[in-house]
Design a protein around this ligand. Structure first.
Ligand code: PMP
Length: 401
């Protein structure tokens, strides 16, 4: 087998996919789960469910310990220092909405928020709505010819009125690492708060927050081989202190009266109600699993597969890449072929790729495209996946042309 993945057998979904004749190339949408995560999830519930931070009884203490251990593992994974900086949410989307509500009090009419022109809707709409609520300017940072936020234009557009910059680390459509360090330095020099959408970036090796100078960093567990229903909001202590509470309910309080209440600081003050306990425990096990792998070997495998993917795509007549992707994925259109028709014919042949606007409608409109196809890889992807994809693509194009 060419370019086998040494870790594929750790992901039981591939046995099911093999039985069903499915080829999974949509990991940027969500990733498959390692057995270690499934065992932890089952083990957590089989060992006795209990709520966290509430009960003195044994099962409650066990659940609380496991939940807080998961928080510590996330902090370690991010090289974040203290677990107090980690707020569990329901996903990257909820983390960003939390920020847009929690920081609202810092804005006055006429202030500006800057976002990239390539943002996923999750990192655009919460800010767009905040701008509408408070009478703010939403400044869109344009892209250069390569598909990155243009630094010269950003220098012109980010100024003293900019109170917040929200950008993604790695584009889910263009597959390019954004010039984050320069953008963050630019925004910070103007006194703006900085938010990084790490939903894609956290997955592909750049999750060391020790070397990323942002105030807030968000991602979802499900794209990082963990369970869905769980997200992370990491905040610097001084930034977390500026957040106002946004959801209200059990366990986020210090003192409650009928007419007023005092709330806890982060992280628990931002985790109202029963959190996703089993998911957090399972995600802790996912991170243990990922930590047990040799990162260099994983990166080399992903890079080799990505090169193979790009070489294969370049050999297809009439195919145009939306950008030169750095890693993990590739988005493209094919002259004279509608992306939805192609995705349909691929799906009929058992190939799972993503078609459409990828939750980035303004970007696709800017590119003048109704949609595009995206192939995305995980650490378990292998050369056979790509061979099956290319054979199916050739067959589909024969039918369509
Ligand atoms: N940002 C980016 C760049 C993404 O790719 C995604 C998921 N497609 C999100 C945010 C939102 O993540 P979720 O749907 O898990 O909340």
């Amino acid at each position: 087998m060419s370019l086998p993945s040494p870790w594929r057998a750790d992901f039981p979904a591939f046995a099911a996919f093999a039985r069903d004749g499915q080829t999974y190339l949509d990991s940027a949408a969500t990733a498959q789960k390692p057995q270690a995560m499934l065992d932890a999830l089952l083990g957590h519930y089989a060992g006795g469910a209990a709520n966290v931070h509430r009960a003195q009884h044994g099962p409650g203490e066990r659940a609380t310990r496991a939940f807080e251990a998961a928080r510590t593992k996330v902090a370690a994974w991010l090289n974040a220092g203290s677990a107090e900086r980690i707020v569990f949410t329901r996903g990257a989307t909820e983390s960003l909405n939390l920020l847009a509500y929690g920081l609202e009090h810092l804005f006055a009419p006429g202030d500006a928020i800057a976002v990239g022109a390539l943002e996923h809707h999750a990192n655009l709409l919460p800010w767009q709505r905040l701008a509408q609520r408070r009478g703010l300017d939403l400044v869109v940072l344009p892209l250069d010819g390569a598909g990155d936020i243009d630094l010269e234009q950003a220098e012109r557009l980010i100024g003293p009125r900019t109170r917040l910059l929200a950008v993604s680390q790695f584009s889910n459509v263009l597959g390019r690492w954004q010039p984050l360090d320069a953008l963050l330095a630019l925004a910070s020099s103007q006194g703006a708060l900085t938010v990084v959408d790490g939903a894609q970036g956290a997955v592909h090796g750049r999750h060391d927050l020790g070397s990323l100078a942002c105030d807030f960093y968000v991602f979802s567990a499900h794209k990082l081989y963990g369970p869905d229903g769980l997200g992370v909001l990491h905040g610097r202590p001084q930034a977390l202190e500026r957040l106002q509470h946004w959801q209200f309910g059990g366990e986020m309080v210090q003192q409650v009266d009928y007419h007023e209440a005092r709330f806890r600081p982060a992280p628990l003050g931002f985790e109202a109600g029963t959190p996703a306990i089993g998911a957090a425990v399972a995600f802790g096990a996912t991170l243990d699993y990922l930590q047990s792998l040799d990162g260099t070997t994983v990166a080399a495998h992903e890079a080799a597969l990505h090169r193979r993917l790009l070489a294969g795509l370049r050999a297809v007549g009439g195919l145009r890449l939306l950008a030169e992707p750095h890693s993990a994925l590739a988005s493209f259109v094919i002259e004279g072929v509608h992306n939805a028709d192609l995705a349909h014919l691929l799906a009929e042949q058992g190939i799972a790729v993503r078609a459409g606007q990828h939750c980035a409608m303004p970007l696709l409109r800017h590119l003048g495209l109704p949609g595009a196809l995206r192939v995305s890889l995980g650490l378990y992807s292998d050369g056979n996946d790509l061979e099956r994809f290319f054979a199916a693509l050739e067959h589909a194009l024969e039918l369509l042309r």
